[in-house]
Write a protein that binds this ligand. Structure first.
Ligand code: SAM
Length: 405
């Protein structure tokens, strides 16, 4: 039973992800994709994010903030613009990032905040991070001392540390552990796509859950639940579907999005940025990445060895938030960065760079972020603000997506 508990909570630490999953499947049968994904990414012993660097050239993937500082600077300017328009009743700002990776995005946002005298001494940073290894990296990136002690404790919260500029930084295991007292500014970049998803296939007998089991040689394999499961009954959508259509849903990411909406319902703002589509696709999107190569069949690799990710359904995220706050977007990354002035900032950086090599690198990075064939259209920005507030630039009123699923 302890194994099952660990799978459900995704916190097993003594046994490897592979051993936990094999043990569970042998005793109880195939597991939903969501449980498999959670164990692979967050197993305390060898979960994908838990013990090593996975970012950058020598890792498995590169994220936008790691490509160019402009990304984080423009997110910082977006937050500052809004804060300046609505001098809040709060005297402090709670700047919260979910899934901060190496801490690069936060470092670039803080560079902008530190240039605004009215803001620089008001900001408290809160990181939601499950990986003790990445928490240490984030501490190093922000220049926070005693990096060995930064990971959250068993209770879920770390002690507060200070950056050299005097900004308080704290780590949390979960978003709900944060006691928000100031003006909340929340960013989740490539966070929701790392949360577990359930997959269902529409059959002539209704929705059936895609699961992962073991074949007769003890290798992981895909199987379809032979009958309806509690998840397929409760999460499978109604509406018109044809045989073979796939429906993916991530209760964890919808729950997180709803918590974010609750946090900004009276004051503040949130930005959710991720891979995804406005309309949910009807094909599976769970995939892996290893050494910058996409892996379609995730069970071909050992659990914990590859990154696992799934597209975010922005329509579902917006829908779950829309009773609580206003949602604007999704807007493509290319459009969002162009309207926020990426070209002007790129020009400034090129002018102040010393070598031709540097200039070429800056221009290439900007192109990579906004290219319509690549990251510019793959990634989407969604804004959450109180219902009483107009859309923060560059979002517009018409830019809302809460059509029925
Ligand atoms: C794909 S990385 C994104 C990193 C960063 N935002 C960036 O864009 O460079 C996902 C991040 O979310 C963290 N993470 C994933 N699942 C989590 C969970 N359930 N709770 C807390 N942190 C999680 C990972 O450890 C990692 O820091």
């Amino acid at each position: 039973m302890a194994v099952l508990k660990n799978i459900v909570r995704g916190v097993s630490s003594v046994r490897s992800a592979e051993s936990v999953l094999r043990g569970h499947i042998k005793v109880f049968g195939p597991v939903p994709v969501a449980s498999y994904m959670k164990e692979c990414l967050s197993n305390g012993k060898d979960g994908y994010y838990m013990t090593r660097n996975v970012f950058g050239h020598d890792g498995d993937f590169v994220t936008s903030p790691e490509i160019s500082q402009v990304f984080g600077e423009l997110v910082g300017i977006h937050f500052v613009n809004q804060w300046q328009q609505f001098p809040s009743k709060h005297s402090t700002v709670d700047l919260i990032e979910l899934g901060p990776g190496r801490g690069t995005l936060m470092a670039d946002i803080l560079k902008i905040f530190n240039r605004i005298p009215q803001m620089s001494n008001k900001v408290n940073v809160h990181f939601v991070e499950m990986s003790p290894f990445l928490a240490k990296t984030q501490a190093q990136t922000l220049g926070v001392t005693q990096p060995n002690e930064e990971a959250p404790t068993e209770e879920g919260t770390s002690v507060t540390r200070q950056t050299p500029a005097g900004v308080n930084v704290q780590w949390y295991r979960k978003f709900e552990d944060i006691d928000i007292k100031g003006f909340p500014m929340i960013v989740a970049h490539e966070f929701l796509d790392a949360l577990p998803v359930h997959q269902f296939v529409y059959t002539r007998d209704g929705w059936r859950e895609r699961m992962i089991g073991l074949d007769d040689k003890d290798k992981f394999q895909w199987v379809l639940a032979p009958s309806a499961t509690a998840s397929s009954r409760s999460l499978g959508p109604s509406g018109k579907y044809k045989e073979g259509d796939v429906y993916e849903v991530s209760p964890d990411s919808l729950h997180t999005a709803h918590q974010i909406a609750q946090a900004v319902k009276d004051d503040g703002m949130a930005l959710i940025v991720d891979y995804g589509n406005k309309e949910p696709k009807r094909t599976p999107t769970v995939r892996g990445y290893k050494a910058h190569v996409m892996i379609e069949d995730i069970v071909e690799h050992e659990p914990g060895e590859i990154d696992l990710t799934a597209d975010v359904s922005f329509q579902a995220v917006a829908k779950v938030c829309s009773d609580t706050c206003a949602t604007y977007g999704p807007m493509s990354q290319g459009d969002w960065l162009r309207q926020m002035g990426i070209h002007t900032r790129t020009k400034q950086m090129v002018q102040s760079s010393q070598t031709r090599e540097e200039q070429v690198k800056i221009i290439r990075s900007t192109k990579r972020l906004i290219d319509n064939e690549g990251m510019g259209s793959l990634f989407q920005f969604l804004s959450l603000v109180p219902i009483s507030v107009d859309p923060p630039f560059p979002f517009v009123k018409a830019n809302s997506c809460t059509a029925p699923l």
